[in-house]
Each structure stands twice: as C-alpha cells, then as structure tokens.
Write a protein that binds this ligand. Sequence first.
Ligand code: RI2
Length: 306
Amino acid sequence: MVTDTAQKITDMTIRGAGRIARAGAAAMRDYARAYPGDDLEDFRKGLKESADILIASRPTAVSLWNGVHATLLGVEDADTVDGVRAVVIRNADAFITRSEGAVKAIARIGANRIEDGDVILTHCNSSAAIGAIIEAHRQGKRFRVYATESRPWRQGLLTVRDLSEAGVDVTLIIDSVVNSVMKHVTKVFVGADTITSHGALINKVGTSMVALAAHEARVQLYVCSETYKFSPMTLSGEMVKIEEREVSEIIAPGDLPEGVRVFNPVFDCTPASHIDGIITELGLMAPAAVYGVMVSQLGYSVFGEE
Ligand code: RI2
C-alpha cells in the first residue's frame, strides 16, 4: 500500500501538492490499520520506513512531508500497538479533514479578491487556485481566465477542463504566450508546492516567469496555499530541493541529437517581492507574515523528533 501510493505519487498518477499530502497521510493510516503484529518497536520502525518511502516519492512539495509527519505526532507517547495505531489513524483523518477544509476556506477567501471584469491568469493545475476561481463564478461574478498549458506535463489541460465544466470563460494558452496576454490580465492566481519562511514561493516551473511578467505589468499576483505548504525546514535555513524529472517527459530520447543534454526541473522559485498576497485558510496574508505563522503553527515540526 505504502509503496503503491509512493509509486503513484512518483509517476504523477496522484499529483498536486494538496492531493499528494492527503494521499501520504492516507497511506500511513492504511499501513497502521493493516499492521498485523504485536511488536511495538517493529511497528514504530515500519511507520518510520513508510514515512521515508512516501516522503522520498516527490522531493519538492513540503505538503507531503507535513502530511506524512502529521500522522506521527504522539506516536512515541503511545505504549501499545493498538495505542499507536489509534494515534496514527486519528492524526491521518484529522490531517485529511483539515486539508479538505483548508481548500474550501481558500476558495471562499480567494473568491473575495475576484471582481466583475477581471481577467485572471493561472498557471498549471492548482486545486486551491481553481477552487477560488470557481467559487467566484458560482457567486455570479463575471470575469474570464487565461490558463497556461504548463509544459511538459500539460496540467493546464486539466485546468481548462475543470474551469469549463464549472461554466467559467477560459482560454488556453501555451506557456510562452504569458507575456503577450499580460497587458489584458488584471490578476494572477497560482497555487503552491512549498512556501519558504521568507515568503518565497516554490511552484510549477514557469511560475517565476509569470510573476516577472506580472510584476513588470503591475498586475497583482496571489498565491493560494494551505498553511501546511509552509516549509518548517526553511526556518532553520534549509534549501528547498527542486525536483528534476526524466528527459523522456520532454523529448523521446532517440530524437535527441547526440551530445545534447536536457535539463528538466519541474518547479521554480518566485521571490516574495513578486507576490501581492498569500491566500490561506487563515486569511489573506503578506509573504512577510509567513514566518510568524510558521513559528506559531508549525514550529513543532521543526523541533519535534524525526
Ligand atoms: P494544489 C502542482 O504540482 C502544481 O505545481 C500546483 O501549482 C501545485 O501542485 C499545487 O496544487 P504537480 O503535482 O495543491 O502538478 O493547489 O507537479 O492542487
């Protein structure tokens, strides 16, 4: 189960920072539920190994790390297999409920930033950002959306499907058209894979170019992010690892001229200076507010046991 979920996350059958976090928590819960033995130390060891396998399945989105680690809170305090099992199941269910609730809250709060006449640009496929756009449409606001294709995985095709099914007026563009349409855009809404303690955004590769174009055109950029995408590791100065994926996602290896290398990072970093607001389940906050939220809400993850 754990290796199955990890494989699905690696091969992107399960994707999106929120979804992989919930899938990681659910896999930990299922492991705990199915553990057959009565050896407490072996159970704890199995939980730790499961957590490591899940977390290694995709390295960039800290949501996965936070979702998996959330299930282990209090495991050291329980002193029977059944006690540990109950803790992990309760933690996993609580994380999944919190995550789903956060996405809904972001939709409500994000919709408040959308007005009649807006032209919104979104990049890749973020359920948090799309939720806000669809909620604004549901409230009767009249606006339109540009959605990037998002090479190489083309998650933008999911975005245009989601938005058009909800009745939103949406136009698909390839990524390199972003600067050309920016003069018509009034707001950019994107999701997040990780947010650092100094308010920088790690999101789908290309987000930083979108942000540069928006900054140049004085267009507001909002990030829709649950607070479990805030990275506690960055508080202690750790860097975010940017995932690099297979060459074959860009070009069939046989089609590549000899001697040509391919560089395929799938995320990039947008500085806090190019972000107008982060829409979280706690409300709209400035990038500079991230540090305080991290310390008060997520600090346990930094200083707790591994
Ligand atoms: P939600 C995605 O990563 C995109 O980068 C998207 O912006 C982000 O996760 C957040 O998605 P990928 O899994 O959690 O497609 O808002 O590489 O759905």
